[in-house]
Design a protein around this ligand. Sequence first.
Ligand code: ADP
Ligand code: MG
Length: 398
Amino acid sequence: MNIHEYQAKELLKQYGVAVLPGHVAWTPEEAVAAAQKLPGPVYVVKSQIHAGGRGAGRFADAPNGKGGVRIAKSVDEVRAAAEAMVGHTLVTKQTGPAGRRVNRVYVEAGCDIARELYLSLLIDRATSRVTIMASTEGGMEIEEVAERHPEKILRVAIDPAADIWPFHARKLAYALGLKGKQVAAFGKFVTAMYKAFLDLDCAIVEINPLVVTGAGDVVALDAKMSFDDSALYRHPEVEKLRDEAEEDPKELEAAKYSLNYVALDGSIGCMVNGAGLAMATMDIIKLYGGSPANFLDVGGGATKERVTAAFKIILSDPNVEGILVNIFGGIMRCDVIAEGVVAAAREVSLSVPLVVRLEGTNVELGKEIMAKSGLPIISADNLADAAEKVVKAVKEAA
Ligand code: ADP
Ligand code: MG
């Protein structure tokens, strides 16, 4: 789960991470009131969406469309900036061409920036450790730095049994070229950030840019936080920060039925039980020249209700031109699954080709139920056969 920049800053602040004062606003009037609570005379108005690249982004639908992050030199400029943002659609490198609607802005104190650095914490699967990444190339996307100047990224892995130590922080601080009191300030900053990362079960905390101010302070100018979904039950206060407007409605619906669903951009909807089988199904669709519209694991206990919900979610995607159901009846019996598929196909009045591959307990009975249903279900015998049939059916329908 992701949260907004201002929410991340509020959480991080509680751990002692240095941030600037600021307030969230839902309307231009609230933005003005927020600015009046800040020292001034320079403010920054920042669009709050779950995507980066806002500074260089554009509003496709506003007359003065340049910039999702704007400097304002008076309260009137704050109002104008907020008017240009709230209710408009911001397109950035990370949003894709459709962009995201901005519903709230963050009004923050302006900062006298001397240097922009990069700092993030993430879980490195290769070393199974929380790893600190730092770079002098702040403000740039780290993927770009990794590609062009990999030598400019420093990584420090933290041993979970030994914890973070001042020498870790010093090593990073010196590599970033920090001097004097900045070294101690950075040490406090990164240690607080690490504590927040562990406490809140984060997946990523990224500060880009981390800035050194003209006065030599070290502060987070941007903050991105992403949490491990499997650990959210431990953090109801974090779960409350979820912004459903930022999430795919299909994925939200799937979550209600405990379906593991991830929307993709292909045309073949997949309904599979088991994550491994779902991955294999997506691979084999690709192999036969098709492209999956989603990843969907209906889980071990695929009841009729869940199968119906899954069908509806798959069909609500306008890109879906065919469906492949690939279910192994191990815990579930194939006849029960077949009944679920038939009932669901009837209920949603299926309009695209449906290929079903069943295997496992009572498979013959399952196939018989589908054959006798009178529905145009294409039955398949194995994974390759199923993929080939669905790709072919989609081509023929088009
Ligand atoms: P994004 O990464 O989505 O573009 P950032 O929060 O990193 O958004 O802001 C983009 C740029 O705007 C920063 O690199 C920084 O130069 C500038 N900026 C952001 N916040 C402030 C601030 N409070 N004061 C001055 N400049 C800022
Ligand atoms: Mg940024």
